[in-house]
Design a binder for this molecule. Sequence first.
Ligand SMILES: Nc1ncnc2c1ncn2[C@@H]1O[C@H](COP(=O)(O)OP(=O)(O)O)[C@@H](O)[C@H]1O
Ligand SMILES: [Mg+2]
Length: 265
Amino acid sequence: MGMGVDDVEDRLRLREFRKERAQRYLEKRSELDESLEEVFDQRTLLALYELLNTGKLREVMGVISAGKESRVYHGVAGDGSETAVKIYLTSSAEFRRNRLQYVVDDPRFKSIPRDFRKFVYLWAKREFANLVDAYNAGVSVPKPIVQRENILVMQFLGENGVRYPLLVEEKFESDELKMIWEQLLENAAKMYRKAALVHGDLSEYNVVVGRGPAVYIIDFAQAVKLGHPLAETLLLKGFETLAKFFNKRGFSVNIEEAVRMVKAG
Ligand SMILES: Nc1ncnc2c1ncn2[C@@H]1O[C@H](COP(=O)(O)OP(=O)(O)O)[C@@H](O)[C@H]1O
Ligand SMILES: [Mg+2]
């Protein structure tokens, strides 16, 4: 059977469609590159391109979150899996001052750089090390992939480019809140006893809730090792913050009991 006029037209239309789509993709790409260039300095871009060129990252796509001090992008890893790429800005003068207290007394990082950029690199390195420790202890966190300078690459918590909601963003039934609370306790206990870590900034904004509900804890920049002068205060503060949230949502929890459970199991 020969090809009819309709078939030819279909093919042409399809070809046109593909060309347009490719064009749109290229435009989107260069928009993203331009925006990356506006936001990040040369050295950050170089580090990012190195990750791309060495195949650690296949692609960097849209912005997931644009904070004052960092941005998180959706990306694709070398193996095709979805990633989150968190990049610290190297331009905020407040950065070092506000964070110094977390970095001092950390036996893993003895010397603290005066140079602003180097301090940001240290901050990213520390966050990645905390994430690795938590991950190895079996805490439910995004799987760490790679860190270079001010860039952290980790598993993307979400599907097809759509991130899972934060705890604060969703309404949950009380049986779901119960499951979420129990998972939070379990994870905080693993973190404390197996990883010897306190998250340091635990709140409804740093808890991601996937299907199930399945709880994930993110944002380990403020985490400290046990024995750090802030550890106990931060542990308590985290549970105070979470308890306030759960109580507001009508699921009442006990802070002292939570802290006791985390420490003793
Ligand atoms: N691994 C991840 N997967 C999906 N989304 C993420 C991931 N990590 C961070 N995000 C998104 O980016 C936001 C900011 O990340 P976070 O690490 O909390 O940085 P900060 O609070 O310092 O800006 C999160 O609230 C979440 O929406
Ligand atoms: Mg956060």
